[in-house]
Design a binder for this molecule. Structure first.
Ligand code: UDX
Length: 458
């Protein structure tokens, strides 16, 4: 087939997302932002959880590469094993693809591959691209401070902060204020801790050898953290987020089908009255936590939309709510298996977001000015909750000793929705929203950084 002039004339970016919803979303948002600034887009994706072709804009290329990963490994919560297997199994196919693209470029059949962007977790492709002489940048889909944790991990282990022990939970981490030990990472099992430490060492080494680091954050909300990264890695750093605000063209990237009926239901609710509850795409909670959450919502007497996705409750086949509790909830709640989250957060009836503090959920909440009720559970979420509650002060925490107990969710909802503290939180959230709107608008720090990336000759 004769190549189209569009293909030949445009610089091309090849993007390689990690196949998790929380990583696919920011990578596809970056794709849309680069595309809107004139770059042609190729999405290179392992077969596992590959996006559907029909959902992507017509002129994107989607190339799926075999990963030979059994579905049970891909679905397990053992992220380190999955990421190592992906890097191992996809290396040859990635090399073949990129070498082929370079040949076509040389023969004048296709445009110039300007650069590759791979999730930081793709450490092997980052080094393969480098071997083939293609500039390859790493995308950190989470916060800048999370990347600082990655950089500090070996020394944090050496100093005995990690693996986390319950007796040390509240000890201040002097190297990373205002973190305490439990904000770092809750891997307490020794074997999993070793695997995770090994993974982070590979990630950091991959980034250090890349052509630059792109972070889904903004100078205006994590300026000091970004400066510190710059001082620790001798690479260009582009803070171009929050990425969902960087272009008006949206890309449909949900792996699950959205239940849009909750938007109609929200239309029937009073402005500023509803609590939206979601724990993202990955974490699992046990039945006790699930039921306490349900009691908290029921007893709060507030209307709510709650995302109970498949496998949210990990020790139980069904996440059914017992009859007594259902009665207590009456018609005040709407449970869906997956929501159009950004539209829900934008809805005028929504007053608060009870969240696990995934980085995407957090930045989506900030961009809509919705204050948060934080119940972080794993990974980067504890650190993000620390920033939400104690640095930006745009949310309150569900105060939990150990296991979630009756009254704790209700108390957090009341603190945010009724008290003086809630008023101050809402005011600060309005201010923070202005900050992110400004930095992602024309001439703002993220807008300028994105243009610098597009124009750069890395
Ligand atoms: C994971 C980690 O848990 C998170 O901490 C890390 O920052 C990224 O990887 P996840 O748990 O899925 O991500 O949370 P989050 O980062 O919030 O991403 C979830 C995404 O799914 C968001 O973009 C959100 O808008 C979307 N979503 C969630 C929906 O579209 N509908 C829903 O019902 C729930």
């Amino acid at each position: 087939m004769a190549p189209s002039s569009t293909n030949r004339d445009r610089r091309r970016v090849v993007l390689l997302p990690l196949p998790y919803q929380g990583h696919i979303n920011p990578m596809l948002r970056l794709a849309a932002a680069l595309h809107s600034r004139g770059l042609a887009v190729t999405i290179l994706h392992p077969e596992t959880r590959a996006p559907e072709r029909r959902k992507l804009p017509a002129d994107y290329r989607l190339v799926t590469i075999p990963d030979n990963i059994p579905p049970e490994v891909a679905a397990s919560r053992d992220v380190a094993s999955f990421v190592f297997a992906l890097n191992r199994n996809c290396a040859a196919a990635f090399r073949d693809y990129l070498a082929g693209a370079l040949r076509e470029e040389e023969e004048g059949e296709d445009g110039h591959v300007a650069f590759v962007v791979a999730d930081v977790d793709w450490f092997v492709p980052l080094s393969v691209a480098r071997e083939l002489g293609v500039a390859a940048l790493a995308l950190m889909t989470s916060s800048a401070v999370r990347f600082l944790v990655y950089l500090a991990y070996p020394s944090l282990c050496h100093k005995g902060y990690l693996p986390v022990q319950e007796s040390n939970f509240n000890i201040a981490v002097e190297e990373l204020p205002p973190f305490v030990v439990q904000d770092l990472h809750l891997v307490m099992d020794k074997t999993r801790h070793l695997a995770y430490t090994d993974l982070l060492a590979h990630i950091v080494a991959g980034v250090r050898q890349s052509s630059g680091l792109i972070i889904n954050t903004s100078e205006d909300i994590e300026g000091m953290e970004i400066e510190r990264i710059r001082s620790e890695i001798a690479l260009p750093v582009f803070s171009v987020g929050p990425l969902h605000m960087m272009t008006s063209s949206s890309v449909e990237s949900s792996l699950l089908t959205e239940d849009r009926s909750c938007l109609d239901w929200l239309d029937t609710q009073r402005p500023n009255s509803v609590v939206y509850v979601s724990f993202g795409s990955l974490v699992g909670i046990d039945t006790d936590e699930f039921l306490e959450m349900a009691w908290g919502l029921a007893n709060s007497q507030r209307p709510f939309v709650w995302v109970v996705r498949p496998r949210l409750v990990h020790d139980c086949e069904s996440s059914a709510i017992p009859g007594e509790l259902q009665q207590k909830m009456g018609n005040r709640g709407r449970i869906v298996s997956w929501a159009p989250q950004q539209e829900v957060l934008r809805h005028p009836s929504v007053a608060a977001f009870l969240t696990h503090c995934g980085w995407n959920s957090t930045t989506e909440s900030i961009s809509e000015g919705v204050p948060m009720i934080c119940r972080p559970l794993s990974g980067d979420q504890m650190g993000t909750a620390r920033y939400v509650c104690d640095v930006w002060k745009v949310g309150v925490r569900v105060e939990v000793e150990n296991q979630l107990k009756r009254g704790e969710v209700q108390a957090a909802i009341t603190r945010l929705m009724d008290g003086k503290e809630g008023e101050m939180v809402r005011e600060r959230m309005r201010d923070l929203r202005h900050v992110v709107v400004k930095c992602t608008s024309e001439g703002g720090t993220s807008d300028v950084a994105l243009q610098r990336l597009v124009d750069s000759n890395i």
